[in-house]
Design a protein around this ligand. Sequence first.
Ligand code: G6P
Ligand code: MG
Length: 224
Amino acid sequence: MDHIKACIFDLDGVIVDTAVYHYKAWKRLANELGFEFTELDNEQLKGVSRMRSLEIVLQCGGITKTEAEQKLLAAQKNTWYMDMVNQMTPAEILPGAKEFVESCRDAGIKTALGSASKNSMTILNKLNIANLFDVIIDGNKVSKAKPDPEVFLKGAAELGIEPKYCVVFEDAIAGVEAAKAGGMKAIGIGDPVLLHEADMVISGLDKAPRPPKEGAGDWALNKI
Ligand code: G6P
Ligand code: MG
């Protein structure tokens, strides 16, 4: 059995409650373009880059836009999104997230962030949690979006840990797929039906089994 040596965390919807702001901003854009955008439609956008998300939103509305128009629409969405992010307080760090990452570090497990978001650093700095991670890989450092495993493989490589010793925490279908494609274990955060490809699904990091301080070898996550 391969004992876990590193935990890699997605940001939006795993560490912070920003997934809802992404949804609100995309929904507002869709509504202004004249169509509805549901929470189920939104599942396809989780973990997906900004420009690819816009393509999916436009497809949902059956709308075509030029590349220049697409850039403006994505910028508009990001402005609305960041307006909400700028109002965030540390209370929007998801329950148990900080404590779980800290418990990993205390047990000698390495930690990395692996997010598609180009706004990751702004969010981490705003909430004062950048120092929770040994390595941060965000949307500015990768060229291939989840479900491609690039973001997680880069995280593992920068930590110096082989993928088979890594476990990824993800709320997105594309993110779970990316972890598995990278040869890592995946813990889904959210709906077990949607995230059925994960090795285990929990409702949040407050429910994640914490590594024992002495000898993380006995950790429940080593047995999945
Ligand atoms: C995360 C979110 C996606 C978002 C993407 C890009 O993966 O789950 O919903 O589209 O990051 O975020 P950004 O902040 O760069 O627009
Ligand atoms: Mg996410």
